[in-house]
Design a protein around this ligand. Structure first.
Ligand SMILES: O=C(O)c1cc(C(=O)O)c2c(n1)C(=O)C(=O)c1cc(C(=O)O)[nH]c1-2
Length: 248
């Protein structure tokens, strides 16, 4: 049976409450100051896979949109990450975080050393957005409903617990606090407007679940490789390599 707008929105929010990666133990470790410099660096390196793929998935999305108004509403997402003449952009901000934790930013940007499972998860998201319906693609982006809370917790936790953390290092997250709400307000309304049958609502909910799995799998991969006992897969970043002379 088709759910009302309100019921369907509540269903989407429940998916976040149950499955979003703020529940992952690696985030508790990171935000509470329990990560070693190696674990923080492993997270920065691997999360770059996600950061660098986001504008590519948004470009993949836009390449399929016939409606100029939808493309116009969407394109700021690419600029938020890639930057403009007046905005350095999220990718550059992420590389500043890499600098701050003592990593060679060229190594991070090269994406060598990213864990296999992280790569698979991120590629699955780009492919999902390229291949599924537009409704499923927009619904998958709605994990951003839950992101501002984790970004705020991260700013607070990192500032309190790590010497590397300052306004410059954490500017990525502070910017997302203002960028994400505009994206998600648009995306949520679009999904609620377009998921007008039970089948479409189910597909949108499944897409959001898929996306929570993309996020969760990345943290599982980092934990399996870098949290004790820890087994780093062949080709994964080796601790104490590709550093610059700054203490994390
Ligand atoms: O730090 C996080 O926990 C987190 C999560 C998510 C998310 O929920 O997908 C995004 C981001 N950050 C983020 O910074 C970001 O730019 C972003 C874009 C998207 C997307 O699916 O289009 N998700 C996220």
């Amino acid at each position: 049976m088709t759910q009302s707008r309100e019921e369907f929105e509540a269903r989407l929010r429940r998916i976040g409450a149950e499955r979003y990666h703020d529940k992952h133990p690696f985030h508790d470790l990171l935000h509470s100051g329990g990560c070693t410099p190696t674990q923080v660096r492993a997270w920065v390196i691997n999360r770059y896979a996600y950061q660098s793929a986001i504008p590519m998935k948004d470009a993949a999305f836009m390449s399929r949109v016939e409606d100029p108004a939808l493309r116009r509403a969407w394109r700021s997402r690419i600029e938020d990450h890639d930057g403009t003449d007046t905005n350095e952009g999220g990718i550059e901000r992420w590389l500043r975080l890499a600098d701050a934790v003592g990593l060679d930013r060229d190594y991070v940007a090269s994406k060598r050393g990213i864990l296999p499972a992280t790569t698979f998860a991120v590629e699955a998201y780009v492919r999902f957005v390229r291949d599924k319906t537009l409704l499923e693609a927009v619904a998958a982006s709605l994990t951003e409903l839950f992101a501002p809370k984790i970004h705020a917790a991260r700013i607070e936790g990192l500032l309190a617990n790590y010497a590397f953390a300052d306004d410059s290092a954490l500017s990525y997250f502070r910017n997302r606090l203002s960028e994400a709400p505009k994206d998600v307000a648009f995306g949520l309304k679009w999904v609620l407007d377009h998921a007008d049958t039970a089948e479409k609502q189910d597909a949108a909910a499944e897409a959001l679940i898929f996306k929570t799995n993309v996020l969760w799998a990345q943290l599982d991969a980092i934990s399996a490789a870098y949290v004790a006992p820890g087994r780093i897969p062949p080709g994964g970043w080796q601790p104490d390599t590709h550093l610059i002379a700054v203490a994390a």
